[in-house]
Design a protein around this ligand. Structure first.
Ligand code: AKG
Length: 261
């Protein structure tokens, strides 16, 4: 049971599956050339740190054009707009490495750990972060550092049952997301998920891009890089949160980001 979707506009079937599972799997969201560019950028950045550690590096799009192109990628942007409307920001981007021969991570929901998003609602965790994980290395089989999701777990407030030991004493409903390089996993931050074990001889790279409502603060940067703002496109400038607010502070009159349609 894979909530499979195609790049581009969100269909009614895809929307139903997203709301039911909390995620969509989109093969071929990126071309092989795009994957090669983003993977090379991710490796370049991680090569500056010690090997063998799970790590996430933020705001690399400021200096890496291949990552910048993911901000408004046509395979995914229409689905973000279908779920969030036209007013959202790029809250963070995380070039993530899961080294060869490392164990699984723990299940969690995303968001602010010190004040969880689930505290904002009584029955269902609201959509606060819409995340896209672009697979950059092969994850077409289990044990390759795949994302592991608990389908539908964003749709209720039942506490997480502890202890759960990934793979060894795990929930039978877990879904190991398999995909070739270029596959995108679009998911609601409220879905319980984790990093899967990487049994292979090569590091696993995934590029996570996170969109959020305009009133959340960015979490991978304290300010936007002025050189990036000067050279990027008007739409990307708007998506990193550089909007004008003519009627500040009342929250009305925001300029709509300059989408093509
Ligand atoms: O790519 C991964 O290792 C998973 C990352 C993750 O779970 C997260 O960023 O919340």
């Amino acid at each position: 049971m894979i909530p499979l979707a195609a790049p581009g506009a969100m269909t009614a079937r895809e929307r139903f599956m997203f709301d039911t599972f909390g995620y969509l799997v989109i093969p071929d969201a990126l071309s092989p050339d795009e994957v090669a560019g983003v993977l090379a950028a991710s490796r370049r950045a991680h090569d500056q740190y010690p090997k063998g550690e799970w790590r996430q590096l933020g705001h690399l799009y400021e200096t890496e054009p291949a990552i910048e192109a993911l901000i408004d990628h046509p395979a995914i942007l229409p689905k973000i707009r279908a779920l969030m409307g036209d007013y959202f920001i790029l809250q963070s981007t995380w070039a993530t490495v899961q080294p060869a021969h490392t164990k699984a991570g723990g299940y969690h929901q995303d968001g602010s750990g010190v004040y969880e998003f689930r505290r904002l609602a009584g029955t269902q965790t609201p959509l606060m972060q819409l995340r896209v994980g672009y697979y950059l290395t092969d994850q077409s089989e289990d044990g390759m550092g795949n994302m592991v999701m608990i389908p539908g777990s964003h749709n209720h407030m039942t506490p997480w049952p502890k202890p759960i030991i990934p793979d060894d004493d795990d929930l039978p409903i877990r879904d190991v997301i398999c995909g070739k390089p270029g596959t995108a996993l679009l998911f609601h931050q409220g879905v319980f998920h984790r990093t899967g074990r990487n049994e292979r001889d090569f590091d696993r790279h995934t590029m996570h891009i996170v969109y959020a409502p305009p009133w959340l603060i960015p979490s991978d940067r304290s300010r936007n890089n002025p050189e990036f703002l000067a050279r990027t496109t008007p739409l990307r400038r708007a998506l990193v949160g550089e909007w004008s607010r003519p009627e500040e502070p009342f929250g009305v009159g925001y300029t709509r980001p300059p989408f093509a349609d």
